[in-house]
Design a protein. Structure first.
Length: 133
């Protein structure tokens, strides 16, 4: 596991190189958002298609600087071309609605699971197989 500078995000081990998994453990800071964005950016450059799993075990929102970081927003905008499955575990109700809406208007498969269903999220991504065949 790899941890962001302020420790609010942890990169979880994943069973395949084209699957990024992160756990959000607190209020997201700008340095942590940039750290996660850099990992995603590197992965998108290495793999044309990737899957992403976000586990919100103790999500407390994001600092304003983290929400408005230019680099992170650029990576997020480009990710639409690269992310096949975007799976979120433990998202608050408002976030689940936004994730579902994103799946309707963007070419990304989105799915949410309750925090107690983390194993189901991993199984869903395992069943999906590699993002690039």
């Amino acid at each position: 596991m790899n941890t962001a500078p302020n420790g609010t995000i942890i990169q979880r081990d994943a069973p395949r190189a084209d699957l990024l998994a992160f756990e959000v453990k607190d209020r997201i800071t700008q340095p942590d958002m940039e750290w996660m964005s850099a990992i995603a950016d590197t992965s998108m450059k290495a793999h044309e298609r990737i899957d992403m799993l976000i586990i919100m075990s103790n999500y407390e929102g994001a600092e304003s600087d983290a929400k408005h970081d230019d680099y992170s927003n650029d990576v997020k905008a480009r990710s639409v071309e690269h992310i096949r499955n975007y799976v979120v575990v433990g998202a608050p109700l408002f976030a689940r609605a936004m994730i579902a809406l994103t799946g309707l208007i963007k070419p990304v498969e989105t799915k949410t699971f309750a925090l107690s269903e983390e194993a189901d999220a991993w199984a869903y991504l395992a069943e999906a197989g590699p993002a690039m065949i």
